[in-house]
Design a protein around this ligand. Structure first.
Ligand SMILES: [Mg+2]
Length: 323
């Protein structure tokens, strides 16, 4: 780690975390996750926030620049940098008051959040084993990436492996056009698909789809379009510029009768913990949150006291993030 930079009372600590295994993305092979931990100090209290920039937010250099110029009175304007400073300040405030961060966002929070398991197996036997293990571990919702030639076979293997009681959601990351999406979803629907994240890029013209449509990438790009076109809104605080913007958007979605899923975006333990507090604060647990992503990292920012167990994560009673 590079030496921390102190700016008024914000410290910026760059990090690089190794992934458990290289991740194939639309933008190349990802082997590390790079970002910054922001530390805000006040007497004996120490608040932490994470900036994990990625495609859809700012570059790492831009993020650092924004963080360096941040003061307690003016938050950064790019999403990941803003997320980090806001989170550190929330963590600090919650500790001063002596409540879990989630309770700053909503006074009525519960402390259990159901989470989904992302299946990453590449071969059919691997997928089947992984799905069975996740179901046996207590996960009630599994998630499978689609947009490949063998989508139906892979989804069928998972459905057969876990039976009808486990929910199966799919995520196409915008891989299809409208016609392909309608056709694929008609094929997949008999496997009892809970929802499909981002079947196409713009989610236009999918009213006839036999599977509920969730907006993910579209949510950060065009929140109003997401609210208008999807039945489910995926909330990634890192992409939305922090916990508060994500909370506001989530409440708006719920008021309109939509459902929400809070998800981390390959963040370290600090970012994931913030997203967990947000999920608890929205207390909409009809759909499992996408927060069991810590196992995708080979190393982490700190001990993950909020790691899910038996398909649920628990918000600690400790003040602040509880990390
Ligand atoms: Mg997604």
């Amino acid at each position: 780690m590079m030496p921390a930079r102190v700016l008024s009372n914000l410290e910026i600590q760059p990090y690089r975390l190794r992934l458990a295994r290289p991740l194939r993305t639309a933008h190349g092979i990802l082997e590390h996750r790079d970002g910054f931990v922001v530390v805000a100090r006040d007497g004996r209290f120490l608040g932490r926030g994470e900036a994990a920039p990625m495609h859809g937010t700012e570059s790492l250099a831009e993020c650092f620049d924004q963080l360096q110029r941040a003061t307690l009175d003016s938050l950064p304007t790019t999403p990941a940098a803003r997320h980090a400073v806001e989170q550190a300040l929330f963590d600090l405030s919650a500790q001063r008051i002596g409540v879990p961060l989630a309770r700053l966002l909503d006074a009525r929070v519960g402390n259990e959040v159901p989470v989904s398991a992302l299946l990453t197996g590449e071969t059919m036997p691997e997928l089947a084993r992984e799905a069975q293990r996740a179901a046996a571990d207590g996960f009630g919702t599994l998630k499978l990436k689609v947009g490949f030639r063998d989508d139906f076979a892979r989804a069928a293997v998972v459905r057969d492996a876990v039976g009808p009681a486990v929910k199966l959601r799919i995520d196409a990351n915008g891989a299809w056009n409208r016609e392909q999406a309608l056709e694929r979803l008609r094929e997949l629907a008999p496997l009892d698909i809970e929802l499909c994240e981002q079947p196409t890029e713009d989610l236009l013209g999918l009213e006839a789809a036999p599977v509920p449509i969730a907006a993910d990438e579209l949510t950060a790009r065009d929140p109003d379009a997401a609210l208008a076109r999807a039945q489910v809104i995926v909330l990634k605080p890192m992409l939305l510029g922090g916990l508060l913007p994500a909370l506001r958007l989530g409440r708006k979605a719920l008021e309109r009768g939509l459902k929400v899923i809070v998800t981390s975006s390959l963040d370290g333990a600090i970012g994931r913990a913030g997203a967990a507090h947000l999920a608890a604060a929205l207390h909409h647990h009809e759909l499992a949150a996408g927060l069991a992503t810590g196992r995708l990292l080979a190393e982490d920012l700190c001990a993950d006291t909020l790691a899910p167990r038996a398909g649920f994560l628990r918000i600690p009673d400790a003040p602040g993030l509880g990390l």
